[in-house]
Design a binder for this molecule. Sequence first.
Ligand code: ADP
Ligand code: MG
Length: 634
Amino acid sequence: MAHRLNQLRTSTLTTHDQFTSLSSTVTSSPRTPGKKLTKGDPIVTGIRLRPFLERESAIDETSAVQIFENNVICTQNSRPQIFKFTHCFDASAKNKNVYDGMIRSAVLASLQGYNTTVLAYGQTASGKSHSIFGSSCEEGILSLSIHDLITMNGNNHLKFELSFLEIYNEKVTDLLAIPTTSNEHLNQKSSTKSSTTLSFSKHARTHILNKLVPSSNTTNNSTRTLEIREHPLLGPYVPDLKYIQVKSKEDFQNVLNLGNQQRSVASTNANQRSSRSHAIFTVKISRIDLPQSTNMRLSFGLNTAHSLSNIGKHATLSSSSKKSAKQQAQDELDAQAVRLNFVDLAGSEKSQQFNGTQGKNDRFAESIHINQSLSTLRNVIDALSRQQNHIPYRDSNLTYLLKNSLGGDAKTFMLATISPSSTVIDETINTLRYAGLASTITNVPRIKTPHLRHEIDELREENARLKQELFLVKSKSMPSIHPTINKISLPRIDECIQTSFLLEASTSQEELINDEKLDTVDEEILAQIENQCRRPKRKRLSEQPLHEIAKVRQIDDTMLHRRLGTILSYVTDDFSIINDNGILVISNELNINVKMNSSSWTNALERFDRDVDINSMTKKEIVDSLNVLFDNQE
Ligand code: ADP
Ligand code: MG
């Protein structure tokens, strides 16, 4: 098989034809991505084959896996199977090649305002951590991403904050919250830590923490298990997670070292430095050149020039501990920032792989948790790919936190890493099958623009005007649309269409765009408009009246919160909704401060839906109706 592939590679004949003939001699995996895609963006999936490790070369003569163009060919019991993927990286690929070929798009997506997740998936020792975090010889894709982010932020209009959490035995721990008065946390894990872990003295850690977090009070930083909460708009998140602002690559490296030092790492037979926990490294990106209330309202835009010289050297901590209602509301605003997540999963091993390993009981107990969450991850992938109604996100903390990334509104990039070794070929095939399934999962990415809503009326008008002008172009009554549709107004159309508040499909625009009479129109502009028109438009549940929502889901506090948020957002971005033994709605602009229990809110909203038709009303009429609604409650 390997010989035939070599022949294919070196052949001067038509490689494609030869490969096609090879393909016809092998069995394609029955679960190779079937193209039953629905509207939205499929999870971008790439395969990375790592080279043989020294210890493996003694066992295997040739690789059990070959990569040929976009095909991964596995040979098991002399029977080859082919899997096809969008991105394939063979054993010669470096992290930089993986970054350039696949992951840079994830970074660009986050800069456009999408929550984005890069997920490293694969059996233990297949190269997940190597890909994400790199090694002493090469930078990982995380570091390469940070490099690009910082370089692109030449104008300093973006703020980057980092968080680093691990899920270890189903407990979520903040890897950046360092115990300085108690060594409890580190001691607790020291028994499981490899001596080859990044060597980082306690003194060095404290020094770095003081440098990055000058004002932090570290005395109470004992290890805590953090809770996951579900935000009505943003999905599951960890409210008390520490975020550290970074302004340079050096800051980033310090934060990374700090977190990695605490990450649970243990020695197993399969992988001398096997990661024992799932880790999620998040880069929170927000704009700092806009008022807080309009933060994140536009796509971030790109600025690829500039050096790092503008970037300041001081870093500050963005988290706070006390939670007043105002702070909570502020946190909610803060939660609107875009997140670029890097997920490094723990390795999964069969239990016999622990034989002879020190601390094998601990390892075995860990493996139960690890395998449980990995099998839940597979169940989630499976359920999504089958488009089942119930997706078991809540069966593990890992999948719960990844809810928006798997079938949600984030952009997701899965890098499945595989080993060339014949001894783990069954696990490799399993990884490829799940990666194949993942590539059939469709997310519906949405730019995070909750504060944009007050502009919707204005944008509607502008959109209508632009449609009309396009129509005029079609009928050749205007020579060109350049004067009116320029590069400033296009991003606004973009926003307009991306938000779920402008839902009308612009079929007339599409017809126009396809019309060859538009040859005078700038191709680039047309391409952009066309792109926007093709984006999926899905009416959000909370935009429906309450009685319609009740037909498809239970009206609970979360739903009431969402519905209230949607209604208020039609007229203002200055509001907070807080669940606190009832639902509290505050808006300075509308002079509202009302707290009621769920059933009162249900009644009020039902009345509102009955009396008010938001779609046909002006902003002022909606405000008047809201005032009547809230006055009645006070
Ligand atoms: P995982 O995180 O999937 O359990 P690791 O990333 O820890 O696996 O990799 C296991 C071993 O293989 C490590 O020693 C790592 O340095 C090595 N390795 C993995 N991928 C590569 C690669 N692409 N090139 C060179 N060495 C690699
Ligand atoms: Mg690992």
